[in-house]
Design a protein around this ligand. Structure first.
Ligand SMILES: O=CC(=O)O
Length: 332
């Protein structure tokens, strides 16, 4: 009997043995189409019998980087599963996948610790205004002009979108004496909230000393932090983002940093990566990282294994282990 085909879009760097072991149950192909046009032709040719895709977060120019409506039209009808390497899957049009009967998985859990570590680093860096201190030292100015900053102890941390990463952040923030409140579409169970207070979106904006963005990017969350939202925040608030750049209107953030309404920001993600708003680069009160939330050997390996486990379960049991929340009701 022929085995179902799995197509790798991207690269496996750490779980190579686990990938090779998948060949027990599947025929493995690595996409070698060099342009988007060639990829579309290959989908009707050598990839026309693909059952599952291993999908990586890639540069927009790479074939298959964005699974949009147009690409979905070209994907073979044999395709039933797209298993994405990453927690955020905003490059995949999940509604269009659902309409085509294609199920999507991501890698929640695997990313939580590493991303929460970066999140906490940015909170501390922004509260303590370390970017200015570090820049001064490198300029040879030691600590001249470096202002006194603020302790995390006793500050209210407002987590917008308390999923796995938000909960891991809450645990870390507790160690620094921060008090966590959160806003989600629905309150978490008492056990999951673990003492964090549920507040409305407006209350979170008005009463948090530090606002942490931990929600997925979608049509409802794009620019959820804009000029109007910032106006509702405390003067001197700190904003940190390890989720996706477009959840914040970057121009509104730059303006608010310049006026002092937002005192400092810590950002790992940007609206048009890898481009960064010049107003953020120029502002010494902003601590910047180049989207490295999950960039550790351990976490990247865990993420790759999670994708492979999803593919194995899809091939052998027609079921994804980590189907995305939008498809939970459609999944077996
Ligand atoms: O950005 C990282 C991820 O989506 O996992």
């Amino acid at each position: 009997m022929t085995k179902p085909r799995v197509l790798l879009l991207g690269e496996i760097l750490h779980a190579k043995a686990e990938w090779v072991a998948l060949s027990d149950v599947a025929t493995l192909s690595v996409c070698d189409s060099s342009t988007k046009e060639e990829f579309i032709k290959d989908l009707a040719g050598k990839y026309s019998d693909v059952t599952a895709v291993y999908h990586c977060h890639m540069d927009d120019a790479k074939p298959g980087a964005n699974i949009n409506k147009e690409l979905l039209e070209a994907l073979p009808t044999s395709l039933k599963f797209i298993c994405h390497h990453g927690a955020g899957y905003d490059m995949i049009d999940v509604n269009a996948c659902t309409r085509k009967g294609v199920l999507v998985s991501n890698t929640p859990g695997a990313v939580d610790g590493a991303t929460a570590d970066v999140n906490m680093f940015l909170i501390l860096g922004a509260l303590r205004e370390f970017n200015l201190a570090m820049t001064n030292l490198r300029k040879g100015d030691w600590n001249v002009g470096v202002p006194l900053s603020h302790d995390p102890e006793g500050k209210v941390l407002g987590i917008l979108g308390m999923g796995g990463i938000g909960r891991a952040l809450k645990r870390r923030a507790k160690g620094f004496g921060m008090i966590t409140q959160y806003h989600n579409r629905k309150p978490l169970s008492e056990e999951m909230a673990a003492g964090a207070k549920y507040v409305s979106f407006d209350e979170l904006l008005a009463t948090s000393d530090v606002i942490s963005m931990n929600l997925p990017l979608n049509a409802h969350t794009r620019h959820i932090i804009n000029k109007e939202a910032i106006a509702k925040m405390k003067d001197g608030v700190i904003i940190v983002n390890t989720a996706r750049g477009p959840v914040i209107d970057e121009q509104a953030l730059v303006d608010a940093l310049e006026s002092g309404k937002v005192r400092c920001a810590g950002l790992d993600v940007f609206e048009a990566e890898p481009k960064i708003h010049p107003g953020l680069i120029a502002n010494e009160k902003v601590i910047l990282l180049p989207h490295v939330g999950t960039a550790t050997y351990e976490t990247r390996k865990k993420m790759e294994i999670t994708v492979i486990n999803n593919i194995r379960s899809a091939i052998t049991g027609a079921k994804l282990l980590n189907v995305v929340p939008e498809q939970i009701h459609f999944a077996p």
